[in-house]
Design a protein around this ligand. Structure first.
Ligand code: G6P
Length: 608
């Protein structure tokens, strides 16, 4: 996730900006830049790569004198990592400069408008649109230009902005991306997150949606979008620097689980337009979509599990046969591919060696590949014919949670699009599913707010030797991911089974007290799975059930039940996974494991 810093005061700005950016490094970034106002002009240095490069280029800030400035670490979204796409971004004359965190959803439309008005673009970013838009609206009053810009842009943003003919001022504004400001002895600061300012002050203001702040050396004035001054109360930060990096959460994994409602919304919202699913980056005409006769979803680890779920979604909605394959298997099995095949490679990092090799194998055969990738400009993103990005932001905990959730959403969207174009879904069902999708973030929030209940249950199983997860259909796929989460971070042996398979062997492993977690989100299969739960319960198992609200019948076969809100049958994974992620997390920390960095595992597996 991009990081923003800004400073205005009595000291040299550049070293303070560089120091602040270093404190935001944990957010992940691929390039960095700073712009400093020396009283006459705004000068900028930016570069791809680590902050070290920026420090060298500016001689630790010495080559950019001046007491006001803004800085940025970029995690690419629109446009690959490059010097040009790095922030800050100027208007054409260099008199307005902007740094941005977030996604401008309507940037293409705005860009076309600005081009028609004669503006020339240097980068591929959505941010540059804002620099030119501010230029277009600027008539000498920064506040007016900013609010007019805010009325035009859709999406999420936090901006730091400087105007050359307003020396001694920095502006900051936000909507749905974090931003704080603080006042210190030395001057005023803005930042995406607390760690960047902790060295100077513990008293900060959290900027709320559509609020604007004007910072000078001595004061900070807050405005609403109607340009009216508003009062705000500062908050005293008690966290140490370590906790501050995690937004006050104990671990990155917990923080990332809590980000899920937001990133899920970020992933579907730009693609839901006027009651339709619009995936511009798909690069396939309706005719081409109708011609697809077979889908392969190829991935590793949790990304593979999203494919297992979405096989049911694609087949159910779009009536296309789907094969889901582990990339490490697919690449060596000489799969049957032809011009009617579409291969979807799903990957958070976009660098997983087996997934990349599978992609190359498919391309060698001249078959179309679509990447569903989180890291912009990664190898899979570059080499796939088309790429659909998940907007999860950088994920730091090794065990994926938020990227997994966005991979599901991207595939739901694709399945809906395919179903609509192929005429396999009614208009009523389609509209209902879009409504259900829009409700998911709120429902996820509700499940996350019940974390203490899950924690109490998890604490009973810290000494478990084996845990089994069972379910049918999509619930089997959820079980696979839940089992992986538990074993990778708690080191407890765990397996997932299709519930109907238990009696073909696994049931012999059930002993008094063995924990079996059953997932029941598919109404037509409730009764079947309840029978399987009874089979293990009578053999001494303790049964945890995760099921849809209303399915009280499950209580006769379960010792403990977690209910999830009602949603469309194809979307249940997005909700059921939340308590099961929390369960894995609390077992892991209860056992004292290093939850963010489990032993022997890597975030991105770039070797075979
Ligand atoms: C590693 C990670 C997993 C991830 C898998 C695939 O094993 O620990 O969380 O699911 O790789 O990674 P990718 O980046 O391709 O999604």
């Amino acid at each position: 996730m991009c990081g923003i810093v800004g400073y205005i005061g009595g000291e040299q700005a550049a070293p303070i900006l560089l120091d602040g950016l270093a404190k935001l490094e944990y957010r992940g970034y691929d390039s960095a830049g700073i712009a400093v106002y020396n009283g006459e002009e705004i000068r900028m240095v930016k570069s791809m790569g680590r902050l070290k490069v920026l420090n060298e280029l500016t001689h630790d800030g010495a080559t950019l004198p001046g007491t006001a400035g803004i800085g940025h670490t970029r995690w690419a979204t629109h446009g690959a990592p490059s010097d040009t796409n790095a922030h800050p971004h100027f208007n054409e004359t260099g008199s307005i400069v902007v740094v941005h965190n977030g996604i401008i959803e309507n940037y293409q439309k705005l860009k076309q408008k600005l081009i028609r008005r004669g503006y020339e673009f240097r980068s591929e970013t959505d941010t540059e649109v804002v620099a030119h838009l501010l230029d277009y609206y600027y008539k000498g009053n920064p506040l007016e230009a900013i609010t007019r810009m805010m009325h035009q842009v859709e999406g999420s943003y936090a901006f730091g902005i400087m105007f050359q003919d307003h020396p001694g001022e920095i502006y900051a504004v936000r909507k749905d991306s974090p931003l704080i400001v603080g006042h210190a002895e030395k001057g005023s600061l803005i930042a995406s997150d607390v760690p960047a300012v902790l060295k100077y002050t513990r008293s900060v203001y959290f900027i709320e949606n559509e609020e604007i702040v004007r910072l000078t050396q001595d004061e900070m004035v807050f405005y609403n979008i109607d340009e009216e001054e508003i009062d705000k109360e500062p908050v005293t930060i008690e966290w140490d620097v370590n906790a501050a990096e995690k937004g006050g959460y104990e671990h990155f994994m917990l923080k990332e689980m809590y980000e899920q409602p937001k990133v899920v919304r970020d992933t579907f919202s730009p693609r839901l337009k006027n009651g339709d699913v619009v995936i511009e980056e798909l690069g396939m005409s309706d005719e081409e979509i109708r011609e697809v006769r077979k889908l392969y979803i190829v991935a590793c680890g949790s990304a593979y599990h999203t494919g297992m779920t979405c096989k049911y979604v694609f087949e159910g909605l779009a009536r296309i046969p789907v094969e889901v394959d582990l990339a490490s298997e697919f690449r060596y099995r000489n799969p049957i591919l032809d011009e009617h095949t579409l291969v979807i490679i799903v990957s958070q990092s976009g660098e997983t060696a087996d997934s990349l090799a599978a992609l190359r194998e498919v391309k060698k055969r001249g078959v179309r590949v679509l990447g569903i990738v989180n890291v912009v400009g990664s190898s899979i993103a570059r080499e796939a014919d088309n790429v659909m990005y998940t907007w999860a932001g950088p994920e730091i905990a090794v065990a994926t949670t938020k990227a997994y959730s966005t991979q599901l959403i991207a595939q739901y969207l694709l399945a809906l699009k395919f179903a609509k174009v192929r005429g396999t879904i009614s208009d009523v069902e389609f509209a209902g599913m879009l409504e259900d999708m829009e409700r998911l973030p709120e429902q996820m929030e509700m499940l996350l707010s019940n974390k203490e209940r899950v924690q109490r249950f998890a604490n009973r199983y810290l000494a478990a030797r084996d845990v089994f997860f069972i379910g049918r259909g999509i619930d089997y796929a959820i079980s696979m991911e839940s089992s992986l989460k538990l074993k990778e971070i708690s080191y407890i042996h765990s397996e997932a089974y299709a519930a109907g398979e238990l009696k073909h062997g696994t049931i012999s492993l059930i002993e008094e007290g063995t924990l079996v977690a059953a997932v029941l989100t598919q109404e037509d299969l409730f009764k079947k799975t309840i029978s399987n739960m009874l089979e293990v319960k009578t053999r001494g198992a303790c049964v945890l059930a995760v099921t849809q609200v209303g399915n009280t019948e499950v209580e006769k076969a379960a010792d403990y039940v977690i209910y999830i809100p009602k949603t469309n049958r194809y979307f249940t994974n997005s909700l059921a996974i939340i308590p099961l992620q929390l369960f894995a997390y609390y077992v892991s920390i209860g056992k004292g494991c290093d939850v963010d960095k489990p032993r022997n595992l890597a975030k991105s597996v770039t070797v075979e």
